[in-house]
Write a protein that binds this ligand. Structure first.
Ligand SMILES: Cc1cc2nc3c(=O)[nH]c(=O)nc-3n(C[C@H](O)[C@H](O)[C@H](O)COP(=O)(O)OP(=O)(O)OC[C@H]3O[C@@H](n4cnc5c(N)ncnc54)[C@H](O)[C@@H]3O)c2cc1C
Length: 195
């Protein structure tokens, strides 16, 4: 099955949804389709606040259907291959879609395995990350229960979602500890270490 859309957007995350809304705002007659496999939409910026104990993790999970702009077509599938010569993409289901204009915004995939041993220890052993729906609440558990000592915050030198997020949780944690009058030596190191 092949279907054609004037504008095809791959990814119904923050970028895909806001781009579709902006385009429809300019011209509500545009034929826009969004290819997005997930039933859920995650408001990731709030994960920093979850880690700081200021936001509930379950409030960051929304129904994708509630945010798909009216007037667009939601294709519940994932793109598996691009055929740019034919202006087409093929989805996991095998369905093909052609387009006049293609917008690819599938987000950044986090590759935990690139750091040896990280996946095995994340979410336990006092190792945490706000970059995961499942683990962000553990950050708050650690901050809340920290009674002083050294806290190390890492700041990757690779492209990451929200360059400020690693800093923000450090400031929020230090502010909490300052208010609680714990003495800490929180510092930010780059990882991998700069050459
Ligand atoms: C802890 C944290 C804190 C942050 N804080 C801030 C902040 O304070 N301010 C700020 O501006 N930003 C912040 N960000 C960044 C912000 O969340 C991202 O920049 C934003 O979500 C990127 O939007 P996106 O649509 O590109 O990707 P995403 O929102 O990740 O969406 C990508 C979508 O593409 C879909 N997709 C993936 N593969 C396919 C495929 N093959 N076919 C079809 N669909 C696919 C996914 O299912 C997903 O829905 C933060 C991020 C994190 C993790």
């Amino acid at each position: 099955m092949t279907k054609h859309h004037q504008i095809l957007i791959i990814g119904g995350g923050n970028a895909g949804l806001s781009a579709a809304s902006q385009l429809l705002h300019k011209d509500r007659h545009l034929d826009i389709a969004i290819i997005e496999p997930s039933e859920k939409h995650y408001y990731q910026p709030a994960w920093t606040l979850v880690g700081a104990g200021e936001f509930e993790i379950n409030d960051t999970e929304r129904l994708e259907a509630d945010y798909i702009p009216k007037g667009t077509t939601w294709i519940k599938d994932a793109v598996a291959a691009f055929e740019p010569e034919q202006n087409s993409v093929t989805c996991l289901s095998g369905d093909k879609y052609t387009y006049d204009i293609l917008l690819t915004v599938p987000g950044i995939q986090i590759d935990w395995d690139k750091v040896k041993g990280l996946k095995e220890t994340l979410g336990k052993n006092k190792v945490t990350s706000n970059y995961s729906f499942d683990i962000a609440p553990y950050t708050w558990e650690l901050i809340r229960n920290f009674k002083g000592g050294v806290a190390v915050f890492t700041n990757p030198s690779t492209p990451i979602k929200c360059g400020g997020a690693p800093h923000k949780i450090m400031y929020l944690a230090c502010d909490y500890w300052r208010k609680k009058a714990y003495s800490t030596n929180a510092r930010c190191i780059t990882f991998p270490a700069a050459a």
